[in-house]
Design a protein around this ligand. Sequence first.
Ligand code: PGA
Length: 253
Amino acid sequence: MRKQIAAANWKMNLTLTEGIQLAEDILKNEFDLNKSRAVLMAVPFPYLISIQQLLKGQANIHVCAQNCASTKNGAYTGEVSAEMLNSIGVHYVLIGHSERREYYHEDNALLAAKVNLALANEVVPVFCCGEPLAVREAETQNAFVENQLKESIFHLSADQMKGFIIAYEPIWAIGTGKTASSDQAQELHAHIRSVIAAQYGAEVAESVTILYGGSVKAANAADIFGKPDVDGGLVGGASLIASEFSTIIKSLK
Ligand code: PGA
């Protein structure tokens, strides 16, 4: 089975003390994680090492960065490179979250550069895509997301695409309490998988993990994750509450 993942995205929330408390509270639960189920915790840069220490010895629970630079190294004040993440043992990174696209003007070409740098430095990208409300209302979301994939990840080789992680997050559902219905999620996920199949073949497409993001919570996770092309979730708000995120982890297929 392809990997099922529950990914927490803390965004710019919590102090270090609060973050450690949250992670500790989550770890009090028993999770049935195995080779095909994993948990990611995308925490702010300054907390990566502390949370990583706390997760030591936890099989299949990993820290994840929320971003990395689009350039290799050099005079880029305030940036954090994929190489730096690798050097501290961080092997996952969110790339192209809609908040990065919207507030920091990250476009598809820049995100392609980030994906390349992450892969070159043995950091696994969690590539985020998804349409804004106007696109959904115009019913052109399939073409919109397809273009995001084409321009940012379809230059990768089939080998690189094998087991790749994508997070589909309709922007109108992020932090709004408005979740896409599980059927809407399934429809778009199936479309993403078919586009990957057309480009790379069915075997590669079947191996790609596609997470759903946008107001996932304990109450709707099992329904959404139960859909055949939904392989888990990327969770913002509800990942800040230990009981919520723990239930979400337990809702993985
Ligand atoms: P949300 O955020 O769960 O708060 O909607 C999801 C995300 O932005 O990754």
